[in-house]
Design a protein around this ligand. Sequence first.
Ligand SMILES: C[S@@+](CC[C@H](N)C(=O)[O-])C[C@H]1O[C@@H](n2cnc3c(N)ncnc32)[C@H](O)[C@@H]1O
Length: 277
Amino acid sequence: MSLYDQAHIRNFYNEYAERETARWDKSIIEQVKLHVHQHYLHQHLKQKDSILELGAGSGVFTELLTQYTSNLTVTDLSPVQLKLNKEKANKDNYAHRIKNWALADICDLSKFKNNSFDKVVCYGGPLSYVFDQKIKGLTEIKRVLKPNGLAFIGVMNLWGTVNEYLNKIILPVPKSDNEKVMATGNLHPSSFTASDHHCHMFTAEELKNDLEKVGFRLLTISASNCLSVSRQKEVEAIRNSREKWEYFLDLELRACQSTGMVESGTHLIAIVQKKRN
Ligand SMILES: C[S@@+](CC[C@H](N)C(=O)[O-])C[C@H]1O[C@@H](n2cnc3c(N)ncnc32)[C@H](O)[C@@H]1O
């Protein structure tokens, strides 16, 4: 039986509601992570691209995507998140740049034709929520992309989560429970009962293998953050100087891509291309 419980994830995000919107504003470290995610969009998106956003949530990335195109389809599994996405677009005046909002599970994109998007953006971990259905999700992403099209994929990272939340993990969680999570990468009732947030945390090697299995060309793999992990005060101090801040962000982007550091942050980001045939 599959570990992916669609109803649980949908309900989780329906109930999570506005808290999802606040996710990126929690601290300066989240702002650094946001910068890293956005960097890759700015690097690769082109004006007038046709873009499909998956697991869009309340729309932190949606707004950025509308700077590039009005050929944008915004989707999510959760009707509440999709409604919040629409409300934000109306409030912040970019709704006219969105072609369509639709409910969709990344494992079933059957409402979209083969080869129909230049770019697919799947940031914030939708692939982590589908557990053993991840290859199905990746195959669907590849199917709807045009040849040479790019996908931006963000998943939760196992060692990076330990790196960022060491005290929250090692002090309250018994070793035997934690070892089940480390062995499977799964926050799921089958391995760990203490969290209602079910997700799979990837290693970089696992993600690379999965992308290869589906036939994607890997252009970039990056951590969501690295130098900034657990350094809130230091990062706040750097923020006081514009020049130092810009240099820090540049170093952070480079560190996130370095082989030894790619598993430092809570998320892994992969930019992949659909090969021509
Ligand atoms: C952590 S939020 C990320 C939102 C936004 N992309 C961001 O990065 O800020 C995860 C989103 O993925 C959606 N989601 C979870 N599983 C999904 C699935 N199987 N298919 C599509 N969306 C999914 C959730 O409803 C939620 O809105």
